[in-house]
Design a protein around this ligand. Structure first.
Ligand code: ATP
Ligand code: MG
Ligand code: FE
Length: 348
């Protein structure tokens, strides 16, 4: 089926067009730059940007795909989780489109969409996604560990962050180090010249007592505080802050805890497959350590290209196409934006 997918859960206005698992267009406009001076995504600013961008982005995706809107078989849209006002723009646009084109509409889960990105033929990660798989989704808004037995019918949340998301931690620590927003790429760059063992920062929820209750959960706010305190003490002592060493040591702590828990989930559930998704996948150290540890554990690692890891419409279209092909009934038009949609609700 020819499916058009719309994604507006955070700061990317994304429209993707797929035919089955073939990617035809993946057009994105981001309001990232508008949030820079606030040091994080401002919901009102994001929603307004979506309003301005949604129609041009739809038009550009259609032009890129070389299709006619009238040929679209189904519309898919992120209905949650995400920023309520931002989601509403995409949901409104998708409903209008589906009504005008007289097509079915599929309201889908953003997190499951991140997993669906890996189905697109362009991923080059070697053959179709096999089930079950463990998925580690790491971005500015989420840090989740999923057990995916079937993309359209059986997704289980094993754990998630209990405070900050991984990307958010990068952004906050960057601010502590005087680096601009978004902090992820800045810290990655600074860390390249640093020693990851220079400072031993805490690995959140990794102590035996925490593992009992939070085996697959994450916590990054303690780490952020530890970095801030360490930097403060140096400054108070009148000593220069070794930015590269702090960045490398912080990055190591994040990557270590993410992959320790992801690999533990693979082992515990006997699942020899790990899929990464979300904008933090851009992190050079995360990718390197993921390759090392999955190799050592005999786990097949899948990392979609970065353009499909960050928020995009193609992953939503891909999930919509899977629902169509599995014969799932479309959503009724009464659905709305649901900022806390649980991952078990693959379709709203
Ligand atoms: P959502 O959480 O809904 O997916 P988002 O816009 O917050 O939305 P993305 O756009 O997928 O998430 O990713 C942005 C985040 O990824 C930011 O927090 C950014 O700092 C982080 N990031 C980007 N590049 C890197 C990197 N090289 N290392 C670490 N973090 C990175
Ligand atoms: Mg984003
Ligand atoms: Fe996302």
């Amino acid at each position: 089926p020819l499916v058009l997918g719309i994604e507006t859960s955070c700061d990317e206005t994304g429209v993707g067009i797929v035919r089955g698992t073939t990617l035809l267009a993946n057009t994105i406009a981001s309001s990232m730059a508008e949030h820079a001076r606030f040091g994080g995504v401002v919901p009102e600013v994001a929603a307004r940007a979506h309003l301005e961008e949604i129609v041009p982005v739809i038009n550009q995706a259609v032009a890129t795909a070389g299709i006619r809107l009238a040929d679209v078989d189904a519309v898919a849209v992120t209905s949650g989780p995400g920023l309520a006002g931002a989601l509403m723009v995409g949901v409104g646009a998708a409903k209008a489109l589906a009504l005008a084109l007289d097509t079915p509409i599929y309201a889908v889960n953003h997190l499951v969409g991140h997993v669906g990105a890996d189905l697109l033929d362009t991923t080059g990660s070697g053959g179709p996604l096999e089930y079950p798989t463990i998925a580690l989704l790491v971005s500015g808004g989420h840090t989740s560990l999923l057990l995916v037995r079937d993309l359209v019918s059986d997704v289980e949340l094993l754990g998630e962050t209990i405070d900050d998301a991984a990307g958010e931690a990068f952004d906050k620590v960057a601010r502590v180090l005087g680096l601009p927003y978004p902090g992820g790429p800045e810290i990655d760059r600074a860390a390249a010249d640093g020693d990851p063992r220079a400072i031993r920062f805490p690995r959140g929820l990794s102590l035996p007592k925490d593992m009992a209750k939070h085996r697959y959960d994450f916590s990054f706010s303690g780490l952020k505080t530890a970095v801030a305190r360490w930097v403060e003490q140096r400054a108070d002592a009148g000593e220069p802050v070794p930015v590269a060493d702090v960045a490398a040591s912080f990055r190591e702590a994040v990557v270590d805890v993410l992959l320790t828990k992801a690999v533990a989930a693979c082992r515990d559930y006997g699942v020899p497959r790990l899929l990464l998704g979300g904008g933090v996948v851009a992190n050079a150290r995360l990718r390197a350590v993921a390759i090392e540890r999955t190799d050592a554990a005999g786990i097949a690692l899948r990392i979609p290209p970065l353009s499909l890891c960050t928020d995009n419409g193609a992953m939503i279209a891909a999930l919509g196409a899977q629902l169509v092909m599995a014969g799932h009934a479309p959503s009724t038009l009464s659905f709305g934006a649901d900022s806390t949609l649980p991952v078990t609700d693959i379709q709203a």
